[in-house]
Write a new protein. Structure first.
Length: 254
């Protein structure tokens, strides 16, 4: 029987700009290539989370989009906190990265409360950071993407940077950090989409979800003795192509 892996995409109507939906498409296809059945749940304001949640993905949005989902996200905070405590892997990009922090003070004086799963605070500025960006991560190696944000995000002691800036601006253009991590919750300003260019991040999200289900990705059988499907040739081919794309993207001027 094919194992189902449940992905939740938060607020795809309001928080899905700069191609962030591609992160969901990437995970779905990679799960299929690895022999699993991805089930994607679009979560919009007023919805309920599904009974099973294996991976959570969120994207970027304008200040108006963040305001539109703020109340619902705050209502969801307790459930998301419980999932984070249970080591559920999550990836939040740009706008939802900010809202997974404590607070986002916009450039026009509005304060948008976050849910505090990441120990970060963001303040909006008039100047935007725009361009290709390359970072280096101790956990995920070289991370490549595209940033376009006016927020300046500062990390507190409860989160570690996702990466260190090699070229680009990152969280705030000052301290050389990009993104944040707490437990298995990742936040980043990198669009692109991020995951097609960075297979190590995709592997982390999928492998963590599998381990939470009692499946060791490096073994040929599950805890109950049933077989783990082997990756298809398409998966191996895509991994090779992704590495080539990473090389090209990393050499682009900012």
């Amino acid at each position: 029987m094919t194992v189902q892996i449940h992905l939740v995409q938060l607020y795809p109507r309001q928080m899905n700009i700069y191609g962030d939906h591609g992160n969901v498409l990437t995970l779905r296809r990679q799960l299929e290539w690895r022999g699993f059945e991805p089930i994607v749940h679009d979560y919009n304001p007023g919805d309920r989370l599904p009974e099973r949640v294996d991976i959570i993905i969120g994207g970027g949005g304008q200040d108006s989009g963040q305001s539109a989902v703020q109340t619902d996200l705050l209502d969801l905070r307790s459930q998301l906190s419980d999932l984070a405590e249970a080591e559920t892997p999550m990836l939040m990009i740009c706008g939802l990265y900010q809202m997974f922090g404590h607070r986002f003070d916009t450039v026009d004086g509005q304060s948008i409360d976050g849910i505090g799963l990441l120990d970060v605070t963001t303040v909006g500025q008039t100047e935007r950071f725009i361009g290709n960006i390359v970072t280096q991560s101790s956990d995920f190696g070289r991370i490549i993407g595209y940033e376009n944000h006016s927020g300046r995000t500062m990390l507190g002691p409860g989160s570690t940077p996702l990466g260190t800036v090699v070229s680009g601006a990152g969280n705030n253009g000052e301290d050389g950090t990009e993104g944040a991590r707490s437990r298995n919750v990742l936040g980043s300003y990198l669009h692109g989409s991020l995951l097609p260019k960075n297979p190590a991040l995709s592997a982390f999200l999928i492998d963590t979800a599998l381990r939470n289900r009692g499946i060791d990705p490096s073994e040929s059988s599950r805890a109950d003795g049933s077989a783990v499907p082997s990756p298809s040739s398409a998966f191996e081919t895509a991994s090779t192509l992704a590495q080539r794309a990473r090389t090209d993207a990393g050499n682009r001027p900012r």
